[in-house]
Design a protein around this ligand. Structure first.
Ligand code: ARG
Length: 456
């Protein structure tokens, strides 16, 4: 393709290091779409004649059918998807194929293909995340009243509901989706026509190609168009954040599935056994989601480092932009699907959760709040009195709401038996009616609103 001024072909090692076809064949659909939009525009502008354009378009359609049926042939000599397709076009229609590359370079071509690919990848991720949100909503609704211990420092802190806990992840995923939507909006500019780096002297119509490919507009600077990959990094950064959320959810499942917790029974379909310990049921899918987050972050880091020192405009380093994006996308898609499946099918052991919420003195704050409200006692003093009540309950081996009134009054005479109404875990969660609080009424209201956000 570029052999005119070369006397010798490349060394075999050069062929190998130079070729991107083993991975960029994944861009074939976008590459064909870009070429068809380009040649249609060239014809409309009178840059190639109508018959040639038609031959090229028909050839491209035929190549697309071949790729669909047999895959893209990996020929290292032809370097990349752009050359593989162009050379096949030449086999099919002869020298007319050479007109396709008028007013274009592989630099703007690959930037266009890759943006199209990232845009599609975002749409796919969004669909997956919506599925995850729906699964979270369904299980949250089912468990809006199910009391569990809420934790800080992984110590029992205050009772919350399982529905509230699951809805926390709904909110995280909602923000993840908005990050992907932002990334998509910024990627929505078409680099095609920037040519190698400086634009072209041919009278092309960049608005036409941008519109044909479904972009909002053409990019506004040819150097920037061929040399930035921030759209790919936007994707990877959004993917990293999403994977961190998935990893935290996975981690909770791993802890909850452990015998000391026993909060969940993981579905058979997402667990594995041990080859030597028959009692084991291992949370492998959750562990791999947690592990994949590390790899996705690594992909983001790889592309950041590739890009950080590159002068304008294109350098071949940028060919390495694709593998980390492909890898991160595949890992993320799998992680979303696995977490969605687990959420849908996990058995929550709500009795066990309730039992632990009742045994950890988790309503101590409710006692302190009651002393403030009913006794007019400053919170710091109420905290101290409550501490003594917890110590007494611990010594007696009973939950707070089973301490005799005489014991409580021995600690502070201002306590009377109305206090028992706030010491149960149900009373505790029901009282937390502040916006965003764990009261089942609040949680249900948020679930209803979330259902509207998602549409039906
Ligand atoms: N395969 C190349 C890439 O992915 C296409 C662009 C090649 N451009 C060039 N000037 N060698 O980056």
């Amino acid at each position: 393709m570029w052999g005119g001024r070369f006397a010798a072909g490349p060394a075999s090692i050069m062929r190998e290091i130079n070729a991107s076809i083993p991975f960029d064949k994944r861009l074939w659909k976008q590459d064909i779409a870009g070429s068809k939009a380009h040649v249609a525009m060239l014809a409309k502008q009178g840059i190639v004649d109508g018959e040639d354009a038609q031959a090229i378009t028909e050839g491209l359609n035929r190549i697309a059918a071949e790729y669909e049926a047999d895959g893209v042939p990996v020929d290292l000599d032809l370097e990349d998807i752009h050359m593989v397709t162009e050379s096949r076009l030449a086999q099919l229609i002869g020298p007319t194929a050479g007109r396709l590359h008028t007013a274009r370079s592989r630099n703007d071509q690959v930037a266009t293909d890759f943006r199209l690919w990232v845009r599609d990848a975002i749409d796919e991720v969004q669909a997956g995340l919506i599925g995850l949100q729906r699964a979270l909503l369904a299980r949250a609704d089912e468990n809006a009243d199910a009391v569990m211990p809420g934790f800080t420092h992984l110590q029992s802190a205050q009772p919350v509901t399982l529905g509230h806990h699951l809805m926390a992840y709904y909110e995280m995923v909602r923000r993840d989706r908005s990050r992907f939507a932002d990334a998509r909006a910024r990627a929505d500019e078409c680099p095609l026509g920037a040519a190698a780096l400086a634009g072209t002297g041919f009278p092309i119509d960049r608005h036409a190609t941008a519109a044909a490919l479904g972009f909002a507009k053409p990019t506004d600077n040819s150097l920037d168009s061929v040399s930035d990959r921030d759209f790919a990094l936007d994707y990877l950064m959004a993917a990293t954040q999403a994977s961190l959320h998935l990893s935290r959810l996975a981690e909770e499942f791993i802890i909850w599935a452990s015998q000391p917790f026993g909060f969940v029974k993981l579905p058979d379909a997402y667990s594995t056994g041990s080859s030597i310990m028959p009692q084991k049921r291992n949370p492998d899918a959750a562990e791999l989601v947690r592990g994949h987050a590390g790899r996705i972050m690594g992909c983001m880091n790889a592309l950041c480092v590739t890009m950080k020192g590159l002068p304008l405009a294109y350098s071949k380093d940028m060919q390495d932009d694709k593998p980390p994006v492909f890898e991160a996308h595949d890992l993320l898609a799998l992680s979303i699907a696995a977490m969605t499946g687990m959420i849908e099918t996990v058995t929550f052991r709500t009795d066990r959760m309730r039992g632990l919420a009742e045994s950890g003195f988790a309503t101590a704050t409710d006692l302190a709040d009651w002393l403030v409200r009913e006794g007019g006692i400053p919170f710091r003093e109420a905290h101290h009195i409550t501490g003594r009540a917890v110590a007494a309950a611990e010594a007696a081996g009973v939950p707070l709401d089973q301490l005799p009134i005489a014991t409580l009054q021995g600690i502070d005479a201002r306590i009377d038996d109305r206090v028992y109404a706030v010491l149960t875990v149900d009373a505790s969660v029901a009282s937390r009616m502040s916006h965003g609080g764990t009261a089942p009424m609040q949680v249900r209201a948020r679930i209803a609103q979330a259902r509207e956000e998602l549409g039906s």
